[in-house]
Design a protein around this ligand. Sequence first.
Ligand code: ATP
Ligand code: MG
Length: 283
Amino acid sequence: MHNDDRYLEIVNLVKAYPNPYGDDIKVVDGFNLMIAKGEVFSVIGHSGCGKSTVLTMTAGLNDITAGNVVVDGKEIVGSGPDRAVVFQAPCLLPWMTAYGNVMLGVNRVYPHATKAERDDLVCYYLSRVGLSDAMRKYPRELSGGMQQRVGIARALALHPKLLLLDEPFGRLDSLTRMELQDVVLELLDREKITTMVITHDVDEAIYMADKVVMMTNGPGAKVGQVLELPFGRPRVRAEVLEHPEYYNLRGQLIGFLEEQEHEKEAAKNEADESANDRKDAAA
Ligand SMILES: Nc1ncnc2c1ncn2[C@@H]1O[C@H](COP(=O)(O)OP(=O)(O)OP(=O)(O)O)[C@@H](O)[C@H]1O
Ligand SMILES: [Mg+2]
């Protein structure tokens, strides 16, 4: 069954990790989301709420405790090149050049393509991310931003159904960050890949995506609110920043995060009070 409106379906997803006492704590509990084909969505939420956990489960890199993830009508089982991941730290093989690192994935996904076809593909994506002149360099010869470009080229050269980005620009200075946001947006405009972007930066969450998924605080984190964004594509930064809705939308995201913070404090105070009550009762 192919239904482009529900290209990615995350249904009642749960992740339980054992705590130091051996009890299972449901970090994520009842996470539900439906994403259309080609949609780009960002995920924001406080540190530790479970964003990466949802992403790694979707990638098939982390066992799912309960619930399921369906991509293009098929429930995922384990990881696969149909779901490409880019993490905050580029995990490139140090003994291979930029070219070699991208070729590794291409060889895996296109074993029947000719050498010339595979070479074309690798060179195409490396030039798209601005590395035409650095293809033969080793990771140690590349800056952090350039390494991240290789990671992006490697992910996109797989022609994945789903691109999963976990704070991909988190370690970069703001200028490089903006450049890479545009590199990725340009590639997404060409290829219409359904994409998840985890970010701590509300401006990035808005600039990159068609909608922003806001996660509640864990334990038991789930989707709190989804904010639809009115900006068209291709994205033009100045147009987004000058859009009459921009500051209102930004305010809604920050408002949600602040509300979550207050709830966390209230829950902590309540726990402290009941601990004090118990102490008083014992005295
Ligand atoms: N392997 C693990 N074993 C036990 N607990 C874990 C494990 N991995 C993550 N956790 C816990 O699960 C929760 C969610 O972690 P996760 O990394 O998904 O959060 P996050 O939202 O991505 O945070 P950040 O914004 O800091 O990257 C955290 O409380 C974390 O301590
Ligand atoms: Mg994370």
